[in-house]
Design a binder for this molecule. Sequence first.
Ligand SMILES: NC(=O)c1ccc[n+]([C@@H]2O[C@H](COP(=O)([O-])OP(=O)(O)OC[C@H]3O[C@@H](n4cnc5c(N)ncnc54)[C@H](O)[C@@H]3O)[C@@H](O)[C@H]2O)c1
Ligand SMILES: O=CCc1c[nH]cn1
Length: 486
Amino acid sequence: MTHPAQPIASHFIGGEYVEDTNGTPIPVIYAATGEQIATVYAATPAIVEMALTTAQAAQAEWAAMTGTERGRVLRRAADLLRERNHDLSVLETYDTGKPLQETLVADATSGADALEYFGGLAGSLTGEHIQMGQDWVYTVREPLGLCVGIGAWNYPTQIACWKGAPALACGNTMVFKPSETTPLCALKVAEILHEAGLPAGAYNVVQGMGEVGGALVTDPRVEKVSLTGSVPTGKKVYAAAAAGMKHVTMELGGKSPLIIFDDADVENAVGGAINGNFYSSGQVCSNGTRVFVQKGIKEKFLTRLAERVRQGAVLGDPMDEATNFGPMVTENQMQIVQGYIEKGKDEGARLICGGNRADMPGWFLEPTVFADVTDEMTIAREEIFGPVMSVLDFDTEEEVIARANDTEFGLSAGVFTKDFTRAHRVIGKLEAGSCFINSYNDAPVEAPFGGVKASGVGRENSKEAIKHFSQVKSVYVRMGDVEAAF
Ligand SMILES: NC(=O)c1ccc[n+]([C@@H]2O[C@H](COP(=O)([O-])OP(=O)(O)OC[C@H]3O[C@@H](n4cnc5c(N)ncnc54)[C@H](O)[C@@H]3O)[C@@H](O)[C@H]2O)c1
Ligand SMILES: O=CCc1c[nH]cn1
Protein backbone atom coordinates (compact mmCIF):
# COMPACT_ATOMS: atom_id res chain seq x y z
CA MET A 1 0.00 0.00 0.00
CA THR A 2 1.24 3.49 -0.80
CA HIS A 3 2.41 5.42 2.26
CA PRO A 4 0.38 8.61 2.95
CA ALA A 5 3.59 10.66 2.64
CA GLN A 6 4.12 9.62 -1.01
CA PRO A 7 3.46 12.75 -3.14
CA ILE A 8 1.30 12.66 -6.27
CA ALA A 9 4.43 13.33 -8.34
CA SER A 10 7.99 14.56 -7.83
CA HIS A 11 7.75 18.10 -9.19
CA PHE A 12 5.22 20.94 -9.21
CA ILE A 13 5.42 23.08 -12.35
CA GLY A 14 2.93 25.43 -13.99
CA GLY A 15 0.33 24.91 -11.27
CA GLU A 16 0.31 21.10 -11.42
CA TYR A 17 2.18 18.00 -10.36
CA VAL A 18 4.62 16.72 -12.99
CA GLU A 19 6.48 13.40 -13.08
CA ASP A 20 9.50 12.21 -15.04
CA THR A 21 10.73 8.83 -13.86
CA ASN A 22 13.84 9.12 -16.05
CA GLY A 23 15.44 11.11 -13.21
CA THR A 24 17.56 9.46 -10.49
CA PRO A 25 15.26 7.94 -7.85
CA ILE A 26 15.51 9.65 -4.44
CA PRO A 27 14.27 7.47 -1.57
CA VAL A 28 12.58 9.30 1.32
CA ILE A 29 13.47 7.57 4.59
CA TYR A 30 11.53 8.17 7.82
CA ALA A 31 14.26 8.93 10.34
CA ALA A 32 12.39 7.44 13.30
CA THR A 33 12.20 3.96 11.80
CA GLY A 34 14.59 3.77 8.85
CA GLU A 35 11.61 2.78 6.68
CA GLN A 36 11.34 4.06 3.08
CA ILE A 37 8.07 6.00 2.94
CA ALA A 38 8.23 7.60 -0.51
CA THR A 39 10.26 7.97 -3.70
CA VAL A 40 10.74 11.05 -5.83
CA TYR A 41 12.84 11.44 -8.98
CA ALA A 42 15.54 14.05 -9.49
CA ALA A 43 14.72 16.57 -12.19
CA THR A 44 16.03 15.68 -15.64
CA PRO A 45 17.35 18.50 -17.85
CA ALA A 46 13.89 18.52 -19.50
CA ILE A 47 12.18 19.12 -16.13
CA VAL A 48 14.64 21.88 -15.20
CA GLU A 49 14.00 23.54 -18.56
CA MET A 50 10.22 23.22 -18.12
CA ALA A 51 10.36 24.80 -14.67
CA LEU A 52 12.56 27.73 -15.73
CA THR A 53 10.57 28.44 -18.92
CA THR A 54 7.28 28.26 -17.03
CA ALA A 55 8.45 30.49 -14.17
CA GLN A 56 9.89 33.06 -16.57
CA ALA A 57 6.68 33.13 -18.62
CA ALA A 58 4.53 33.57 -15.50
CA GLN A 59 6.49 36.53 -14.15
CA ALA A 60 5.02 39.35 -16.26
CA GLU A 61 1.41 38.48 -15.36
CA TRP A 62 2.24 38.15 -11.65
CA ALA A 63 4.23 41.40 -11.56
CA ALA A 64 1.44 43.24 -13.40
CA MET A 65 -1.01 42.55 -10.57
CA THR A 66 -1.19 45.23 -7.90
CA GLY A 67 0.66 44.58 -4.68
CA THR A 68 -2.66 44.34 -2.87
CA GLU A 69 -3.83 41.62 -5.26
CA ARG A 70 -0.58 39.69 -4.84
CA GLY A 71 -0.80 40.09 -1.10
CA ARG A 72 -4.34 38.73 -1.04
CA VAL A 73 -3.13 35.48 -2.65
CA LEU A 74 -0.31 35.12 -0.11
CA ARG A 75 -2.64 35.79 2.82
CA ARG A 76 -5.13 33.22 1.51
CA ALA A 77 -2.30 30.70 1.29
CA ALA A 78 -1.35 31.55 4.90
CA ASP A 79 -4.93 30.80 5.99
CA LEU A 80 -4.86 27.45 4.16
CA LEU A 81 -1.55 26.51 5.80
CA ARG A 82 -3.03 27.27 9.20
CA GLU A 83 -6.25 25.35 8.49
CA ARG A 84 -4.18 22.33 7.44
CA ASN A 85 -1.51 22.71 10.09
CA HIS A 86 -2.01 19.27 11.59
CA ASP A 87 -1.62 17.36 8.31
CA LEU A 88 1.26 19.57 7.20
CA SER A 89 2.99 19.02 10.55
CA VAL A 90 2.62 15.25 10.22
CA LEU A 91 4.19 15.51 6.75
CA GLU A 92 7.04 17.67 8.13
CA THR A 93 7.62 15.00 10.77
CA TYR A 94 7.77 12.28 8.10
CA ASP A 95 10.12 14.45 6.00
CA THR A 96 12.54 15.32 8.82
CA GLY A 97 11.86 13.08 11.84
CA LYS A 98 11.29 16.16 14.04
CA PRO A 99 8.72 15.51 16.78
CA LEU A 100 5.13 16.48 16.06
CA GLN A 101 5.17 18.48 19.32
CA GLU A 102 7.63 20.80 17.51
CA THR A 103 6.33 20.70 13.95
CA LEU A 104 2.83 21.66 15.11
CA VAL A 105 4.16 25.04 16.27
CA ALA A 106 7.31 25.79 14.26
CA ASP A 107 6.97 24.81 10.62
CA ALA A 108 3.72 25.35 8.69
CA THR A 109 2.88 28.01 11.30
CA SER A 110 6.18 29.82 10.62
CA GLY A 111 5.56 29.46 6.87
CA ALA A 112 2.07 30.91 7.33
CA ASP A 113 3.54 33.82 9.31
CA ALA A 114 5.88 34.60 6.40
CA LEU A 115 3.09 34.44 3.81
CA GLU A 116 0.83 36.62 5.98
CA TYR A 117 3.56 39.16 6.78
CA PHE A 118 4.82 39.57 3.20
CA GLY A 119 1.26 39.41 1.90
CA GLY A 120 0.54 42.38 4.16
CA LEU A 121 3.60 44.28 2.94
CA ALA A 122 3.01 43.64 -0.79
CA GLY A 123 0.56 46.52 -1.21
CA SER A 124 2.86 48.99 0.53
CA LEU A 125 5.92 48.65 -1.74
CA THR A 126 6.47 52.15 -3.02
CA GLY A 127 9.25 54.34 -4.32
CA GLU A 128 10.33 57.85 -3.33
CA HIS A 129 9.81 61.33 -4.66
CA ILE A 130 12.96 63.50 -4.47
CA GLN A 131 12.50 67.20 -5.29
CA MET A 132 15.45 68.76 -7.17
CA GLY A 133 14.41 72.45 -7.40
CA GLN A 134 11.89 72.47 -10.28
CA ASP A 135 13.01 69.04 -11.44
CA TRP A 136 12.44 65.86 -9.55
CA VAL A 137 13.46 62.24 -9.26
CA TYR A 138 11.17 59.36 -8.55
CA THR A 139 12.13 55.81 -7.72
CA VAL A 140 10.30 52.59 -8.46
CA ARG A 141 10.81 49.33 -6.54
CA GLU A 142 10.84 46.63 -9.21
CA PRO A 143 10.96 42.84 -8.98
CA LEU A 144 14.21 41.09 -9.93
CA GLY A 145 12.48 38.56 -12.21
CA LEU A 146 13.04 34.81 -12.06
CA CYS A 147 14.42 33.70 -8.69
CA VAL A 148 15.80 30.35 -7.56
CA GLY A 149 15.43 29.08 -3.98
CA ILE A 150 17.51 26.15 -2.71
CA GLY A 151 16.74 24.60 0.67
CA ALA A 152 18.45 22.71 3.49
CA TRP A 153 16.80 19.72 5.18
CA ASN A 154 16.11 20.98 8.69
CA TYR A 155 13.07 23.20 8.01
CA PRO A 156 11.63 22.17 4.62
CA THR A 157 8.25 23.96 4.91
CA GLN A 158 9.67 27.04 6.62
CA ILE A 159 12.51 27.49 4.13
CA ALA A 160 10.15 27.09 1.14
CA CYS A 161 7.96 29.88 2.59
CA TRP A 162 10.72 32.16 3.93
CA LYS A 163 12.10 32.34 0.36
CA GLY A 164 8.84 32.16 -1.60
CA ALA A 165 6.82 34.72 0.37
CA PRO A 166 9.09 37.79 -0.05
CA ALA A 167 9.98 36.80 -3.62
CA LEU A 168 6.32 36.59 -4.64
CA ALA A 169 5.32 39.71 -2.67
CA CYS A 170 7.75 41.72 -4.80
CA GLY A 171 6.39 40.33 -8.09
CA ASN A 172 9.07 37.74 -8.79
CA THR A 173 8.47 34.11 -9.70
CA MET A 174 10.42 31.22 -8.20
CA VAL A 175 11.79 27.79 -8.93
CA PHE A 176 12.48 26.13 -5.56
CA LYS A 177 14.66 23.05 -5.09
CA PRO A 178 14.26 21.41 -1.69
CA SER A 179 17.02 19.37 -0.13
CA GLU A 180 17.12 15.88 -1.58
CA THR A 181 16.88 14.63 2.02
CA THR A 182 13.47 16.28 2.64
CA PRO A 183 11.67 16.63 -0.71
CA LEU A 184 8.03 16.36 0.44
CA CYS A 185 6.90 19.57 2.16
CA ALA A 186 7.74 22.18 -0.50
CA LEU A 187 5.38 20.39 -2.91
CA LYS A 188 2.51 21.06 -0.49
CA VAL A 189 3.53 24.72 -0.21
CA ALA A 190 3.39 25.04 -4.03
CA GLU A 191 0.04 23.25 -4.19
CA ILE A 192 -1.48 25.52 -1.51
CA LEU A 193 -0.14 28.71 -3.10
CA HIS A 194 -1.83 27.81 -6.39
CA GLU A 195 -5.04 26.78 -4.64
CA ALA A 196 -4.99 30.26 -3.07
CA GLY A 197 -4.99 31.86 -6.51
CA LEU A 198 -1.35 32.14 -7.55
CA PRO A 199 -1.09 32.22 -11.37
CA ALA A 200 0.12 28.88 -12.74
CA GLY A 201 3.91 28.79 -12.83
CA ALA A 202 4.64 31.57 -10.34
CA TYR A 203 6.06 29.11 -7.75
CA ASN A 204 7.50 25.81 -8.94
CA VAL A 205 9.26 22.95 -7.17
CA VAL A 206 11.81 20.62 -8.72
CA GLN A 207 13.65 17.83 -6.94
CA GLY A 208 17.30 16.88 -7.12
CA MET A 209 20.78 16.91 -5.68
CA GLY A 210 23.54 19.51 -6.08
CA GLU A 211 23.69 18.94 -9.83
CA VAL A 212 20.09 20.15 -10.27
CA GLY A 213 20.82 23.10 -7.96
CA GLY A 214 23.88 23.90 -10.09
CA ALA A 215 21.82 23.84 -13.32
CA LEU A 216 19.35 26.31 -11.80
CA VAL A 217 22.01 28.64 -10.40
CA THR A 218 23.94 28.92 -13.67
CA ASP A 219 20.96 29.44 -15.98
CA PRO A 220 21.22 32.90 -17.58
CA ARG A 221 17.47 33.55 -17.15
CA VAL A 222 17.82 33.44 -13.36
CA GLU A 223 18.30 36.83 -11.69
CA LYS A 224 18.58 35.81 -8.04
CA VAL A 225 19.63 32.80 -6.00
CA SER A 226 18.64 32.34 -2.36
CA LEU A 227 20.38 29.38 -0.71
CA THR A 228 19.99 27.88 2.74
CA GLY A 229 22.79 25.39 3.30
CA SER A 230 26.30 24.78 4.54
CA VAL A 231 29.24 27.16 4.15
CA PRO A 232 31.06 24.93 1.58
CA THR A 233 27.92 24.78 -0.61
CA GLY A 234 27.39 28.50 -0.10
CA LYS A 235 30.88 29.28 -1.41
CA LYS A 236 30.25 27.23 -4.57
CA VAL A 237 26.79 28.67 -5.20
CA TYR A 238 27.90 32.26 -4.49
CA ALA A 239 30.79 31.87 -6.96
CA ALA A 240 28.51 30.41 -9.65
CA ALA A 241 25.97 33.20 -9.13
CA ALA A 242 28.70 35.85 -9.25
CA ALA A 243 29.83 34.55 -12.65
CA GLY A 244 26.37 35.48 -13.94
CA MET A 245 26.27 38.73 -11.88
CA LYS A 246 23.17 37.47 -10.03
CA HIS A 247 21.75 38.72 -6.74
CA VAL A 248 22.22 36.33 -3.82
CA THR A 249 21.01 35.59 -0.34
CA MET A 250 23.21 33.08 1.49
CA GLU A 251 21.83 31.60 4.73
CA LEU A 252 24.66 29.35 5.86
CA GLY A 253 26.06 27.53 8.87
CA GLY A 254 27.26 28.69 12.27
CA LYS A 255 29.10 27.92 15.50
CA SER A 256 27.44 30.58 17.56
CA PRO A 257 28.44 31.73 21.06
CA LEU A 258 26.02 31.91 23.97
CA ILE A 259 27.58 33.87 26.85
CA ILE A 260 26.31 33.38 30.40
CA PHE A 261 27.56 35.84 33.01
CA ASP A 262 27.76 35.14 36.78
CA ASP A 263 24.74 37.35 37.50
CA ALA A 264 22.40 35.55 35.07
CA ASP A 265 19.23 33.86 36.23
CA VAL A 266 20.47 30.26 36.15
CA GLU A 267 17.14 28.64 35.26
CA ASN A 268 16.63 31.04 32.33
CA ALA A 269 20.22 30.58 31.17
CA VAL A 270 19.83 26.79 31.26
CA GLY A 271 16.55 27.15 29.34
CA GLY A 272 18.29 29.33 26.74
CA ALA A 273 21.12 26.81 26.36
CA ILE A 274 18.59 23.97 25.92
CA ASN A 275 16.63 25.95 23.29
CA GLY A 276 19.90 26.87 21.61
CA ASN A 277 21.20 23.30 21.37
CA PHE A 278 18.50 20.65 21.52
CA TYR A 279 15.50 21.98 19.59
CA SER A 280 15.11 19.92 16.37
CA SER A 281 17.70 17.58 17.94
CA GLY A 282 20.32 20.26 17.44
CA GLN A 283 19.75 20.61 13.69
CA VAL A 284 19.30 24.40 13.73
CA CYS A 285 21.71 26.74 11.96
CA SER A 286 21.57 29.48 14.60
CA ASN A 287 22.28 27.19 17.57
CA GLY A 288 24.44 28.58 20.37
CA THR A 289 26.71 25.54 20.50
CA ARG A 290 29.62 27.28 22.25
CA VAL A 291 28.16 28.02 25.67
CA PHE A 292 30.63 30.28 27.53
CA VAL A 293 29.85 30.19 31.27
CA GLN A 294 31.57 32.57 33.72
CA LYS A 295 33.47 30.56 36.32
CA GLY A 296 31.41 31.76 39.32
CA ILE A 297 28.26 29.90 38.24
CA LYS A 298 29.82 27.14 36.17
CA GLU A 299 29.11 24.16 38.46
CA LYS A 300 25.61 25.39 39.41
CA PHE A 301 24.83 25.84 35.71
CA LEU A 302 26.15 22.38 34.78
CA THR A 303 24.28 20.67 37.61
CA ARG A 304 20.92 22.19 36.65
CA LEU A 305 21.59 21.65 32.94
CA ALA A 306 22.33 17.95 33.45
CA GLU A 307 19.25 17.52 35.67
CA ARG A 308 16.94 19.22 33.19
CA VAL A 309 18.32 17.35 30.17
CA ARG A 310 18.16 13.94 31.92
CA GLN A 311 14.69 14.51 33.38
CA GLY A 312 13.13 16.49 30.53
CA ALA A 313 14.23 15.03 27.21
CA VAL A 314 11.63 12.54 25.96
CA LEU A 315 12.99 10.46 23.07
CA GLY A 316 10.45 8.31 21.27
CA ASP A 317 7.89 8.09 18.50
CA PRO A 318 7.94 11.57 16.90
CA MET A 319 4.21 11.27 16.12
CA ASP A 320 3.48 10.96 19.86
CA GLU A 321 2.96 14.50 21.10
CA ALA A 322 4.63 13.60 24.41
CA THR A 323 7.94 13.14 22.53
CA ASN A 324 10.07 16.29 22.55
CA PHE A 325 13.33 14.97 21.11
CA GLY A 326 13.50 13.25 17.72
CA PRO A 327 16.11 11.43 15.65
CA MET A 328 18.82 12.82 13.39
CA VAL A 329 17.51 13.41 9.89
CA THR A 330 19.57 10.58 8.32
CA GLU A 331 21.81 7.72 9.36
CA ASN A 332 24.69 9.61 7.74
CA GLN A 333 24.03 12.74 9.83
CA MET A 334 23.86 10.55 12.95
CA GLN A 335 27.26 9.04 12.10
CA ILE A 336 28.78 12.48 11.50
CA VAL A 337 27.57 13.63 14.93
CA GLN A 338 28.76 10.39 16.58
CA GLY A 339 32.20 11.14 15.08
CA TYR A 340 32.20 14.57 16.75
CA ILE A 341 31.17 13.04 20.10
CA GLU A 342 34.13 10.65 19.90
CA LYS A 343 36.44 13.59 19.00
CA GLY A 344 35.17 15.46 22.07
CA LYS A 345 36.02 12.52 24.32
CA ASP A 346 39.41 11.92 22.64
CA GLU A 347 40.40 15.59 22.90
CA GLY A 348 39.72 15.63 26.66
CA ALA A 349 36.32 17.30 27.09
CA ARG A 350 34.33 16.16 30.16
CA LEU A 351 31.11 14.33 29.23
CA ILE A 352 28.31 15.62 31.47
CA CYS A 353 25.40 13.72 29.93
CA GLY A 354 24.43 11.81 26.79
CA GLY A 355 27.12 10.76 24.37
CA ASN A 356 25.46 7.64 22.97
CA ARG A 357 23.13 6.43 20.29
CA ALA A 358 19.77 5.71 21.93
CA ASP A 359 18.79 2.05 22.17
CA MET A 360 15.79 2.22 19.82
CA PRO A 361 15.06 2.00 16.09
CA GLY A 362 15.85 5.07 13.95
CA TRP A 363 18.69 7.56 14.06
CA PHE A 364 18.35 8.76 17.67
CA LEU A 365 21.26 10.25 19.61
CA GLU A 366 21.06 11.29 23.25
CA PRO A 367 21.24 15.02 23.98
CA THR A 368 24.91 15.46 24.83
CA VAL A 369 26.73 18.04 26.97
CA PHE A 370 30.50 18.43 27.20
CA ALA A 371 32.13 20.66 29.84
CA ASP A 372 35.74 21.89 30.17
CA VAL A 373 35.80 22.41 26.41
CA THR A 374 38.67 24.58 25.19
CA ASP A 375 38.77 26.86 22.15
CA GLU A 376 41.10 24.57 20.18
CA MET A 377 38.96 21.44 20.42
CA THR A 378 37.27 20.29 17.22
CA ILE A 379 33.84 20.32 18.89
CA ALA A 380 34.35 24.02 19.69
CA ARG A 381 35.42 24.97 16.18
CA GLU A 382 33.31 23.04 13.67
CA GLU A 383 29.57 23.12 13.05
CA ILE A 384 28.24 19.73 14.26
CA PHE A 385 24.55 20.17 13.39
CA GLY A 386 23.43 17.72 16.05
CA PRO A 387 22.60 17.65 19.78
CA VAL A 388 26.08 18.36 21.14
CA MET A 389 26.57 21.32 23.49
CA SER A 390 30.08 22.50 24.35
CA VAL A 391 30.43 24.39 27.65
CA LEU A 392 33.54 26.58 27.94
CA ASP A 393 34.68 28.58 31.02
CA PHE A 394 35.65 32.26 31.05
CA ASP A 395 36.80 34.92 33.53
CA THR A 396 36.31 38.38 32.01
CA GLU A 397 34.03 40.19 29.60
CA GLU A 398 36.90 41.31 27.38
CA GLU A 399 38.29 37.78 27.18
CA VAL A 400 34.95 36.16 26.29
CA ILE A 401 34.18 38.69 23.53
CA ALA A 402 37.53 37.97 21.86
CA ARG A 403 37.06 34.21 22.14
CA ALA A 404 33.42 34.34 20.96
CA ASN A 405 34.50 36.23 17.82
CA ASP A 406 37.44 33.93 17.09
CA THR A 407 35.60 31.92 14.41
CA GLU A 408 34.99 32.09 10.67
CA PHE A 409 31.23 31.97 11.37
CA GLY A 410 28.94 34.85 12.41
CA LEU A 411 25.33 33.72 12.33
CA SER A 412 24.01 34.22 15.87
CA ALA A 413 25.06 35.13 19.41
CA GLY A 414 23.38 35.38 22.79
CA VAL A 415 24.03 36.92 26.21
CA PHE A 416 22.45 36.10 29.57
CA THR A 417 22.94 38.71 32.32
CA LYS A 418 20.79 40.86 34.60
CA ASP A 419 23.01 43.87 33.76
CA PHE A 420 21.40 45.37 30.65
CA THR A 421 24.17 47.91 30.15
CA ARG A 422 26.60 45.03 29.87
CA ALA A 423 24.19 43.03 27.70
CA HIS A 424 24.00 45.78 25.06
CA ARG A 425 27.74 46.54 25.30
CA VAL A 426 28.65 42.88 24.72
CA ILE A 427 26.11 42.30 21.94
CA GLY A 428 27.45 45.46 20.26
CA LYS A 429 30.90 43.86 20.06
CA LEU A 430 29.87 40.37 18.91
CA GLU A 431 30.33 39.58 15.21
CA ALA A 432 26.95 38.02 14.47
CA GLY A 433 23.83 38.85 12.46
CA SER A 434 21.00 37.51 14.65
CA CYS A 435 21.45 38.14 18.39
CA PHE A 436 19.57 37.47 21.61
CA ILE A 437 19.56 39.00 25.11
CA ASN A 438 18.25 36.70 27.90
CA SER A 439 16.72 34.47 25.24
CA TYR A 440 17.84 32.19 22.41
CA ASN A 441 16.67 31.04 18.96
CA ASP A 442 13.54 33.17 18.60
CA ALA A 443 12.91 33.68 14.86
CA PRO A 444 9.77 35.81 14.33
CA VAL A 445 9.11 36.86 10.74
CA GLU A 446 9.20 40.52 11.81
CA ALA A 447 12.91 40.30 12.72
CA PRO A 448 15.72 40.18 10.13
CA PHE A 449 17.47 36.79 10.08
CA GLY A 450 20.92 36.05 8.68
CA GLY A 451 24.62 36.01 9.30
CA VAL A 452 27.89 37.88 8.85
CA LYS A 453 31.36 36.57 7.95
CA ALA A 454 31.20 33.04 6.46
CA SER A 455 27.64 32.55 7.76
CA GLY A 456 26.11 34.44 4.92
CA VAL A 457 25.07 37.39 2.85
CA GLY A 458 21.73 39.20 2.95
CA ARG A 459 18.78 38.77 5.31
CA GLU A 460 15.59 36.77 5.33
CA ASN A 461 12.32 37.88 6.94
CA SER A 462 11.33 41.44 7.96
CA LYS A 463 11.34 44.44 5.64
CA GLU A 464 15.03 43.66 4.93
CA ALA A 465 14.00 40.68 2.78
CA ILE A 466 12.09 43.03 0.47
CA LYS A 467 15.38 44.78 -0.35
CA HIS A 468 16.89 41.42 -1.32
CA PHE A 469 14.06 40.46 -3.69
CA SER A 470 13.64 43.81 -5.48
CA GLN A 471 15.71 46.57 -7.04
CA VAL A 472 15.29 50.31 -7.30
CA LYS A 473 14.95 52.18 -10.56
CA SER A 474 15.47 55.96 -10.38
CA VAL A 475 13.97 58.36 -12.92
CA TYR A 476 15.16 61.99 -13.28
CA VAL A 477 12.39 64.27 -14.61
CA ARG A 478 13.38 67.65 -16.08
CA MET A 479 10.57 70.21 -15.99
CA GLY A 480 12.32 72.93 -18.05
CA ASP A 481 14.48 73.18 -21.15
CA VAL A 482 17.62 71.12 -21.63
CA GLU A 483 20.88 73.13 -21.50
CA ALA A 484 23.68 71.67 -23.64
CA ALA A 485 27.26 72.76 -24.43
CA PHE A 486 26.54 72.97 -28.13
N1 LIG B 1 21.47 30.27 7.98
C1 LIG B 1 20.33 29.61 7.81
O1 LIG B 1 19.26 30.21 7.72
C2 LIG B 1 20.33 28.10 7.74
C3 LIG B 1 19.14 27.43 7.96
C4 LIG B 1 19.13 26.03 7.90
C5 LIG B 1 20.30 25.33 7.63
N2 LIG B 1 21.45 26.01 7.43
C6 LIG B 1 22.70 25.27 7.18
O2 LIG B 1 22.47 24.18 6.28
C7 LIG B 1 23.39 23.14 6.55
C8 LIG B 1 22.63 21.83 6.63
O3 LIG B 1 21.86 21.63 5.48
P1 LIG B 1 22.33 20.71 4.26
O4 LIG B 1 23.20 19.60 4.75
O5 LIG B 1 21.11 20.41 3.46
O6 LIG B 1 23.26 21.72 3.43
P2 LIG B 1 24.00 21.48 2.05
O7 LIG B 1 24.88 22.63 1.87
O8 LIG B 1 24.55 20.12 1.94
O9 LIG B 1 22.80 21.54 0.96
C9 LIG B 1 21.93 22.64 0.88
C10 LIG B 1 21.23 22.62 -0.47
O10 LIG B 1 22.16 22.95 -1.49
C11 LIG B 1 22.06 22.02 -2.56
N3 LIG B 1 23.35 21.98 -3.24
C12 LIG B 1 24.45 21.25 -2.91
N4 LIG B 1 25.45 21.52 -3.77
C13 LIG B 1 25.00 22.45 -4.64
C14 LIG B 1 25.57 23.12 -5.77
N5 LIG B 1 26.83 22.91 -6.15
N6 LIG B 1 24.81 24.02 -6.43
C15 LIG B 1 23.53 24.27 -6.03
N7 LIG B 1 22.94 23.64 -5.00
C16 LIG B 1 23.65 22.75 -4.30
C17 LIG B 1 21.63 20.74 -1.86
O11 LIG B 1 21.08 19.84 -2.80
C18 LIG B 1 20.63 21.26 -0.86
O12 LIG B 1 19.37 21.48 -1.45
C19 LIG B 1 24.05 23.50 7.86
O13 LIG B 1 25.33 24.01 7.61
C20 LIG B 1 23.16 24.59 8.41
O14 LIG B 1 23.79 25.47 9.30
C21 LIG B 1 21.49 27.38 7.46
O1 LIG C 1 17.82 26.61 10.90
C1 LIG C 1 17.79 27.80 10.76
C2 LIG C 1 16.60 28.68 10.61
C3 LIG C 1 15.83 28.79 11.86
C4 LIG C 1 16.24 29.26 13.06
N1 LIG C 1 15.22 29.16 13.88
C5 LIG C 1 14.20 28.66 13.20
N2 LIG C 1 14.59 28.44 11.98
